[in-house]
Ligand binder design. Structure first.
Ligand code: AMP
Ligand code: GLY
Length: 423
């Protein structure tokens, strides 16, 4: 079988590695992929947002199955366009990807169907938003409606900060049209949990839970990033909470999307906060999370391609989806300065032992040499019987990778360890 994976980061590398375990797979193309994954896939220089280019490539190369991993092409309708040409795909159509593409859509969906989430107001008029903030409780949360590279959320500690965020989104348009509408949301507290789930629009099968580490610095300090590391499972996500989420959040979301005529098929990502008043949805993503995927898929015991095809065919309920009961830890190695300014083009050495555990996010081949080509360069994942061992092994392997200006957090998994000890 010839497969195509749209996207080019660590998440896509983890998906490709897992798909390769199926002996029927003869070739995997990554569009565009990156120079650090050439041992696992044939990288093709077509951008993930180039929907026409993606469809043309799939047709020309008789692709048997396609996986569309990032949010942008999903929201732009890559799955719809591929299906029109008869190419089976993993991922939601555009009318369902809106669950991530528009925060106003997702908040209104949750309100309409009684799915627990933070209280909110939507504004299309800046003056109305500013007037509302005069009396709104703080801290408060300001969100741009559309996709904003994960940066469209501001936690404002004061009313002035909240107003500045509204002005930058609605007046200065720092996120372009994504800021035409803003959501002002109640500030929630509690541990955060990421749950990725397979769904074919009828059945929903949650994957092992995970914990992201979004801030750049140790002890959750510094700027927000795309994610500096992950662990799975998330110790805060107990069996009781999982059962509650299935009943109050996961199945109600699947049913709500069906009721709206927007059946969701693919990976639905629930960003949850375990508040004192129960689990609530912080955000939905219409795709695998990054770097959550780098800890979740290594724990998947079942064949990924088979599971994905069952989602496409609507037979997920009859398909085994099993996870290892071990622990995984992923440490992201970034370029010093990320998420602000950083250097690129620095030679990168990944010893063979680490390479087998590495998912490359930002690298390129320049004059035959592997060099860094992004803020987040790669993730190193270890799986072990205990969380403690997984953390130690991930750092041992990560420390063997070398490039100038290498930076990582040293405390990935520390909070999860504390939570485990508390039990
Ligand atoms: P997002 O970019 O949507 O993943 O949001 C970034 C982060 O902002 C989340 O991981 C949460 O930590 C935080 N956040 C978003 N919404 C809220 C909220 N209503 N209350 C508290 N924190 C929030
Ligand atoms: N790790 C969060 C995300 O993928 O959006």
């Amino acid at each position: 079988m010839k497969l195509m994976v749209v996207g080019g980061g660590g998440r896509e590398h983890a998906i490709i590695r897992k798909l390769k375990e199926n002996p029927a797979v003869t070739e995997i193309y990554a569009l565009p992929g990156n120079g650090g994954m050439t041992a696992d896939a044939t990288c093709v220089d077509i951008a993930a947002k180039d929907i026409d280019g993606i469809v043309q490539f799939a047709v020309d190369n008789a692709i048997d199955y396609a996986v569309v991993a990032p949010d942008d092409p999903l929201v732009l309708g890559a799955v719809d366009a591929l299906e029109e040409k008869g190419i089976p795909c993993f991922g939601p159509r555009a009318n369902a990807a809106i669950i991530e593409g528009s925060k106003v859509f997702s908040k209104d969906l949750m309100k309409k169907y009684g799915i627990p989430t933070a209280a909110y107001e939507v504004f299309t008029d800046m003056e109305a938003a500013l007037a509302y903030l005069d009396t709104a409780p703080v801290p408060t949360v300001i969100k741009a409606d559309g996709l904003a590279l994960g940066k469209g959320v501001v936690i404002a500690a004061t009313r002035d900060e909240a107003k500045a965020a509204v002005r930058s989104m609605m007046q200065d348009k720092v996120f372009g049209a994504s800021g035409d509408r803003v959501v002002v949301e109640e500030f929630l507290t509690g541990p955060e949990v990421s749950v990725l789930a397979f769904t074919d629009g009828k059945a929903l099968v949650p994957m092992v839970s995970s914990m992201d580490h979004k801030r750049a610095g140790d002890n959750d300090t510094g700027l927000n990033t795309g994610g500096m590391g992950t662990v799975a499972p998330n110790p805060y996500y107990t069996a009781d909470i999982a059962a509650e989420c299935m009943e109050t959040i996961f199945m109600p979301t699947v049913n709500a999307m069906n009721a709206e005529g927007r059946t969701f098929k693919g990976c639905l990502y629930f960003g949850l906060m375990l508040t004192p008043n129960g689990p609530k949805v912080i955000e939905y993503n219409c795709r695998f999370g990054d770097p959550e995927t780098q800890v979740v898929l290594p724990l998947l015991k079942s064949d990924l391609l088979t599971v994905m095809q069952s989602v496409t065919n609507g037979t997920l309920a009859d398909t085994a989806v099993e996870f290892d009961d071990g622990h995984a830890c992923c440490v992201i190695l970034a370029s010093k300065g990320y998420p602000a300014a950083y250097d690129k083009g620095l030679p990168l050495t990944i010893p063979a032992e680490a390479a087998a555990h590495t998912y490359v996010a930002g690298a390129a081949i320049k004059d035959g040499v592997l060099v860094t080509n992004g803020g987040r360069v790669l993730g190193v994942t270890a799986v072990a019987g205990t969380l403690k061992e997984a953390i130690a092994e991930a750092y041992r392997l990560a420390d063997t990778v070398s490039f100038d200006n290498k930076y990582c957090r040293r405390d990935i998994g520390a909070r999860a360890m504390k939570a485990t000890e508390g039990n």
